[in-house]
Design a protein around this ligand. Structure first.
Ligand code: TXA
Ligand code: MG
Length: 341
């Protein structure tokens, strides 16, 4: 199959939107831009279309998908909310939608089991990317879209990265430019709670704990109790093809004779401990100079790809401060690494 890329111009009534919607209506899959990462979309109400997403990604069927809505009101078509839960959800939608927050909520029967891997809950979000927003609105039905990468690999933050992951396996990629956030959405399971809403953090992301605390108590387990709580949150994820190492201290790094190493540095500064430690084949910086976590998030998956393609034998990564967006960045780095600390 030949994969076509169409650029979505700034007026959104263009060919790109129409082509994407026509494919979705035909039960086909198409790669779509969002503010977090590119998604591989299908009609969420059509089990056969969703099956094509699993096949193209080589994704195991136990890993459920996120569905994307065109409006806040649409949530009632897909989720079964008690009045109490609806109140909390309305507050969360008001504050964070459209945007990078995914909520796991009780599902309605219209959502086929294949989308949720048979679970009684469904993960929903409304994207703020103008092209994705328009496609969801024009299509009118929820769009199931996991990240547009092969299973277990680095999420794509540009149309060219999607092409590298899925070229030849899908008919169309809508190019909406580079992703603004660069990390997958924050995922929470929402419960009413006795005093305050309980927001169970299943995946750290662009919407950070400090923001969520305005609405409810944020509960984060170190590791999910069992896989059914956060299926798909496998430790080995976002993995480059070459091994990536994280060390407690720079001095713990012991290079093998004759092997080449690439450094993923936060700021590119010697005082962080790695720059002068070794004769690096390649150095890529997440946020050159001062170090800004927002810039580091946007660049993380792109830079991981650059290092992966640079031909080095292994990658060494510096972690960033464990605050705000740093929590999600470190989470992705640890999942990408061969040794988890
Ligand atoms: O930013 C994003 O969320 C991107 C864009 C395309 O929207 N999507 C994305 O999807 O990252 P994906 O499939 O790569 O990750 C979705 C994760 C799954 O791995 C799973 O852990 C979780 O969402 N998930 C989906 N449904 C769930 C459910 N009912 N309960 C718990 N977790 C769920
Ligand atoms: Mg993914």
């Amino acid at each position: 199959m030949e994969t076509e890329i169409i650029y979505a111009e700034d007026d959104y009534s263009n060919e790109a939107i129409n082509r994407a919607v026509a494919l979705l209506e035909d039960g086909e899959i198409v790669a779509l831009p969002t503010e977090t990462v590119y998604g591989l979309g299908a009609n969420a109400l059509d089990a056969d279309a969703v099956a094509k997403v699993f096949a193209a990604k080589e994704r195991p069927s136990f890993d459920p998908l996120i569905i994307h809505l065109g409006s806040r009101e649409q949530i009632h078509e897909v989720c079964d909310l008690s009045p109490e839960l609806d109140k909390v959800v309305q507050q969360l939608m008001q504050e964070f939608w459209p945007g990078a927050l995914t909520m796991v909520l009780p599902k309605k029967d219209v959502i086929p089991d294949i989308v949720t891997s048979g679970m009684p809950t469904v993960a929903v979000r409304m994207s703020g990317h103008p092209v994705m927003k328009e496609i969801c609105k024009v299509f009118g039905k929820p769009i199931a879209a996991p990240s547009a990468n092969r299973f277990g690999r680095i999420s794509p933050t540009s149309a060219s990265a999607v092409m590298k992951e899925l070229g030849g396996k899908i008919p169309l990629i809508i190019d909406g430019g580079a992703c603004n956030d660069g990390l997958e959405s924050t995922i929470i399971r929402v419960e009413v709670g006795e005093k305050r809403p309980q927001l169970h953090l299943l995946r750290a992301g662009p919407v950070v704990k400090e923001q969520l605390q305005k609405i409810g108590k944020v509960i984060r387990k170190k590791k999910p109790r069992d896989v059914s709580e956060a299926p798909g949150q496998l430790e080995s994820h976002y993995a480059p093809a070459v091994p990536l190492y994280i060390f407690e201290k720079p001095e713990d790094f012991r290079p093998d004779e004759g092997k080449t190493y690439g450094l993923l540095s936060y700021r590119g500064q010697a005082k962080d401990g790695y720059m002068d430690l070794h004769d690096w084949e390649v150095v890529e910086e997440l946020s050159p100079g001062k170090g800004k976590l927002a810039e580091a998030s946007v660049r993380l998956f792109h830079v991981l790809r650059l290092l992966d393609e640079s031909g080095v034998d292994a990658i060494v990564a510096e972690t960033v401060s464990e605050t705000g967006l740093g929590v999600a960045i470190n989470d992705r780095l640890r999942r990408a690494s061969v040794t988890i600390h």
